[in-house]
Design a protein around this ligand. Structure first.
Ligand code: PXL
Length: 276
């Protein structure tokens, strides 16, 4: 039998400029030693966060044809990782992949909102479908705004959140999925994430007062790669949050934040140690 690294089916958009989604996830997973298989949900010239109205191509029909081809080939996926699904039909595409590969680890990053507001195009009906998809996941990775929307709460954000409140929020989301990490928690001088499902945990990193698109995608890809390398969830989340904090620090103050963090020079730090 030929051997292959673990394969991750990545169902997410491909935004040309702006360092987010597949443009971030593919290099991260590849350098971590797992094999990403890209299934773009949509092609966009840029993300939707402040670079004007992007050119878009919906890839729903392509996506169903690609899934059928992978089945025909007999490909097995160790993990299915879903992200930006900008319509109800694209959420159905992700659910179809879960149905076809029931044994895969199912990681859902419910990309739909940030900064207290849904992204453009995320009507309540799409949010409801994303919540249903989360019910089928092994692990969900919402930011604080998404966590609040998933729980049916007002998405407006508190200025600060305590460890107890963060753990409570993550714990309540285990009503949807077995394991949960809530990211982007404002904790005074720190930004934190809180996990639930195994051992509850909170990890904190120094808060840097600039925000960028794509940091959630960077976080999600590192958590996924790290879990596939056999780490426990709290270690995976700590590694991911630490890398995101470093990438923000590496990004010059003069950089246009709309183009994301300058993570590329740091990628070698994610490579597995060689075995001697
Ligand atoms: O990084 C999140 C993201 C992914 N994909 C698209 C986006 C955003 C955030 O704005 O617009 C298309």
């Amino acid at each position: 039998m030929p051997t292959e690294p673990k394969k991750v089916l990545c169902i997410h958009d491909l935004s040309g400029a702006g360092r987010c989604s597949l443009a971030v996830i593919l290099p991260v997973l590849a350098v971590m030693g797992v094999q990403p298989v890209a299934l773009p949900t949509m092609l966009l010239s840029t993300h939707t966060g402040g670079l004007g109205a992007p050119a878009r191509l919906d890839c729903e029909a392509y996506g169903h044809a690609a899934l059928a081809h992978y089945r025909e080939l007999g490909l097995a996926f160790d993990c299915i990782y879903t992200g930006y699904l900008g319509s109800e039909a694209l959420v159905d595409l992700a659910a179809e992949a879960f149905r076809l590969w029931p044994d895969a680890l199912k990681v859902v990053d419910p990309v739909m909102a940030d900064g207290g507001r849904p992204y453009s195009g995320f009507a309540p009906s799409v949010i409801d479908k994303v919540r249903d998809l989360c019910r089928q996941a092994s692990l969900i990775l919402p930011n604080l705004t998404e966590a609040r929307l998933l729980l049916g709460l007002d998405p407006a954000l508190p200025d600060v959140i305590s460890d107890g409140e963060a753990l409570d929020l993550a714990g309540r989301l285990t009503g949807l999925a077995g394991r949960v990490v809530v990211t982007g928690l404002p904790m005074g001088k720190f930004v934190g994430c809180a996990g639930a499902g195994d051992e509850p945990f909170v990890v904190r990193h120094l808060h840097i007062d600039r925000s960028f698109p794509g940091t959630g995608d960077l976080f999600g890809a590192i958590v996924t790669g790290s879990l596939l390398r056999g780490n426990v969830l709290s270690a995976a989340a700590d590694a991911a949050a630490g890398f995101v904090a470093q990438a923000i620090q590496q990004t010059p103050r003069t950089a246009d934040t709309r183009f994301g963090v300058w993570f590329e020079p740091l990628l070698p730090r994610l490579a597995p140690m060689p075995e001697f």
